[in-house]
Write a protein that binds this ligand. Structure first.
Ligand SMILES: [Zn+2]
Length: 146
């Protein structure tokens, strides 16, 4: 199987990293954020059932509408490398409470993750909480409407 240089071999199926480990990976990804306008760097990581992980950070643009959030970066990186079976997604920012995905990200998460996929929300103050995708975006618009 072809793998991009530097990529880790897939871990055994069924490995689930702890929320703390995922939060740390998201915190590290946050360091790469390009957030000169909002000054609100965000990091995210998505874990696949096969053990692969994909990180993301927000990438802002002076044309604000082109900005992409950390969660969507992580998910699009994963999809672009053939990963689909996501089991957890973690997101972190320096916020007063565990940072939730924005509405746009909730829609994208709902498109790509199963309703029971765990979304771990955290902040830099050690607070974290989890919700299922179906709890973050109930009554989602999905392919059944097309
Ligand atoms: Zn977002």
């Amino acid at each position: 199987m072809w793998r991009a240089p530097g990529k880790r071999a897939p871990a055994k199926r069924g490995i689930v990293r702890s929320n703390e480990e995922l939060i740390e990976l998201a915190r590290q990804a946050r360091e790469f954020a390009h957030a000169p306008y909002s000054k609100f760097p965000v990091g995210a990581v998505v874990e696949c059932r096969d053990g692969r992980i994909f990180t993301g950070c927000n990438v802002e643009n002076s044309s604000f509408g082109l900005t992409i959030c950390a969660e969507r970066v992580a998910l699009t990186k994963a999809v672009s490398e053939g990963a689909r079976d996501f089991i957890k997604l973690a997101v972190i920012a320096d916020a007063h409470a565990p940072v939730p995905p924005c509405g746009a990200c909730r829609q994208v998460i709902s498109e790509l993750c199963a309703p029971e996929t765990e979304i771990v929300m955290a902040n830099l103050h050690g607070q974290a909480e989890s919700r299922k995708v179906s709890e973050l975006l109930p009554a989602a618009f999905d392919q059944s409407f097309l």
